[in-house]
Design a protein around this ligand. Structure first.
Ligand code: F6P
Length: 592
């Protein structure tokens, strides 16, 4: 691959940086009076409406961002991704998650071979297998139908499927097709998670799906061994063949583990873990729960965005139009705080941590926040804040993809890439962290809403339905952030002078609003693909490799060292050695 430029060395980057000074002189209160500007910041595709008029941007800013995209060779990079070039250069792989949802007759090549027929072969197998399980022609070792599924996996082998499951759980069509069935996910290696997961399940009626791209991930393999033991101690070792199946790129290790290779569903190294929800990773467990026909709609929604992203000019391209955080990572917010958040609200989105975890989508309107933090890194804050969240898919897609310190050629970046994402569905965030986004740090937000609720509620005598109530907040928050409230306004309202500083809102806080027609399987697929591509666009512009994740390796190898020590100390009473004072002290206490 040709050596790439450092984007911050280009003139468009410098122009944008200089333009920050002009933007600092503007206020959204004024920008929003310009109807022509606002009109040009609306995009529509397939009944999805994107409004980015509340971004801190003028029409000139947009032109400058487009120039930046040109300088970054964005179109060329997108084309290279779709044409199967090895754009994941550090792992020498294509990046072809778009092939996972391409139509049967599409041609998408990796290393000179059309991968679409292989994709459909696996999809056809999943359809056949899931139908057999669902209609009871595939039964467990004691002849009982398998109505419960436990999917074991972590990271991309967990968060995407969880996001989609969370979103579908309240969709009327999906509810109907999932009747009598249960899907659970086991990710964390904490024994508490295992206990919670199998509580109330009967091994006789449970199918375990082990999902791991590599089939080496420590947590997944340990959990898989634990559930293998749970099954074989209840039903005998031969029951494993009927009660355990796998999804992996490493079919050899699947067989070594003891799962019949005929019951293994493949995917390929050109599918990144966090981009794998549309492979067997997500399609198998979700088809077992909801039926293949529902999941096919999810795939086709994602595919509709793939085509839009590939073919639309940037000016009218939804995933391309959204990455303002690149602009915000200039000095725009350095004076007002260390946290830059991009927020996004909508049902699925909860999982995209809200992308997901971004979807605790049971609510029809998901308010998700994708924070991108620029100058300091209060990541501890985010971790603590969101530990108890439902899945956090988007967080993984965004932060594992773009949390990089060097360019794709390995040159240290003279700026910080990546963003910190967090979010919350519905109005829950309003009663939790919105104080900070209104009067504390400036955190760009995405608000994601849907026109039609999955589960409308109309109470007799109530004028406003639950969904209207939810959406009232969806429409109000972006304006509250943008306009704020001035001391003048407060004075006119006769607010006591000593309270005026406390009740003043500076406003001028950016957001974008995405409005989907509903949150069915098709729209969920669209939402997924919008954020997948948007994150790729950011990475392409920053000039990084959004498709590797070397940063996760160091912690894993240090854990291996600790694990060895724990084993040696427990089995051979070996003293703790080779660690620093702090870790030695802590390990000794733990071993006591
Ligand atoms: O956390 C690192 C990671 O490699 C993710 O990228 C991946 O999704 C996850 O671990 C799980 O990996 P696997 O599917 O190989 O078990």
């Amino acid at each position: 691959m040709a050596s790439s430029i450092i984007i911050s060395d280009t003139q468009p980057w410098k122009d944008l940086k200089a333009h920050v000074e002009d933007i600092k002189k503007t206020h959204l209160r004024d920008l929003l009076t310009d109807d022509k500007r606002c009109q040009s910041m609306f995009l529509e595709f397939d009944d999805i409406l994107l409004d980015y008029s509340r971004q801190q941007a003028t029409l000139e800013t947009i032109q400058k961002l487009l120039k930046l995209a040109e300088a970054a060779s964005l179109k060329d990079k997108i084309n290279r991704m779709y044409s199967g070039e090895h754009i994941n250069s550090t792992e020498n792989r294509s990046v072809l998650h778009v092939a996972l949802r391409a139509s049967r007759d599409a041609v998408i090549e990796s290393d000179g071979k059309n991968v679409v027929p292989e994709v459909w072969k696996v999809l056809d197998n999943i359809q056949e297998f899931s139908e057999r399980v669902r209609n009871g022609s595939w039964v467990g070792a004691t002849g009982k139908a398998l109505k419960d599924v436990v999917a074991i996996g972590i990271g991309g082998s967990f968060l995407g499927p969880l996001f989609v499951h969370t979103a579908l759980q309240t969709d009327p069509e999906a509810i109907e097709s999932a009747r009598g069935r249960q899907l659970r996910f086991l990710a964390n290696v904490d024994p508490i998670d295992v206990a919670r997961n199998i509580t109330g399940l009967n091994p006789e009626t449970t199918l375990v799906v082990v999902v791991s791209k590599t089939f080496t991930t420590a947590e997944t393999m340990l959990n898989a061994r634990t559930l293998r033991e749970w099954i074989s101690s209840a039903l005998g070792p031969s029951a494993v063949a009927k009660h355990m199946v796998a999804v992996s790129t490493n079919l050899k290790l699947v067989e070594q583990f003891g799962i019949d290779p005929n019951n293994a569903f493949a995917f390929w190294d050109w599918v990144g873990g966090r981009y794998s929800v549309c492979s067997a990773v997500g399609v198998l467990p979700l088809s077992l729960q909801y039926g293949f026909s529902v999941i096919e709609k999810f795939l086709s929604g994602a595919s509709s965005i793939d085509q839009h992203f590939y073919s639309q000019p940037f000016e009218s391209n939804i995933p391309v139009s959204a990455p303002f955080q690149i602009f915000y990572t200039f000095e725009l917010y350095c004076t007002c705080g260390s946290l830059l958040v991009q927020a996004c609200a909508s049902g699925f989105v909860e999982h995209m941590e809200c992308f997901i975890s971004w979807i605790s989508c049971q609510s029809e309107c998901l308010f998700d926040l994708f924070p991108s933090e620029i100058f300091n890194r209060p990541s501890y804050l985010i971790v603590k804040l969101w530990r108890s969240w439902p899945p956090t898919f988007n967080r993984q897609v965004s932060m594992e993809s773009n949390g990089k310190g060097v360019s794709i050629d390995g040159v240290p970046l003279p700026f910080e890439a990546g963003e910190i994402d967090f979010g919350e569905p519905g109005t829950n965030g309003q009663h939790s962290f919105y104080q900070l986004i209104h009067q504390g740090r400036v955190i760009p937000c995405d608000f994601i809403g849907v026109v039609k609720s999955q589960q409308p509620v109309f109470l007799k005598g109530e004028v406003v339905s639950n969904h209207d109530e939810l959406m009232s907040n969806y429409f109000a928050q972006p304006d509250a952030l943008a306009y704020g409230k001035t001391a003048d306004q407060l004075q006119k309202e006769n607010v006591s002078p000593h309270l005026i500083p406390h009740k003043t809102f500076s406003g001028n806080r950016p957001s974008l609003s995405l409005l989907l027609p509903s949150l069915n399987a098709y729209n969920i697929g669209q939402l997924l693909a919008i954020y997948e591509h948007r994150i790729a666009v950011e990475g392409f512009i920053w000039g990084i490799n959004s498709f590797d994740q070397w940063g996760v390796e160091l912690g894993k190898s240090l854990a291996t060292q600790v694990r060895k020590q724990l084993n040696a100390s427990r089995t051979k009473q070996e003293p703790v050695q080779g660690f620093n004072f702090s870790t030695t002290t802590m390990l000794n206490r733990y071993l006591q």
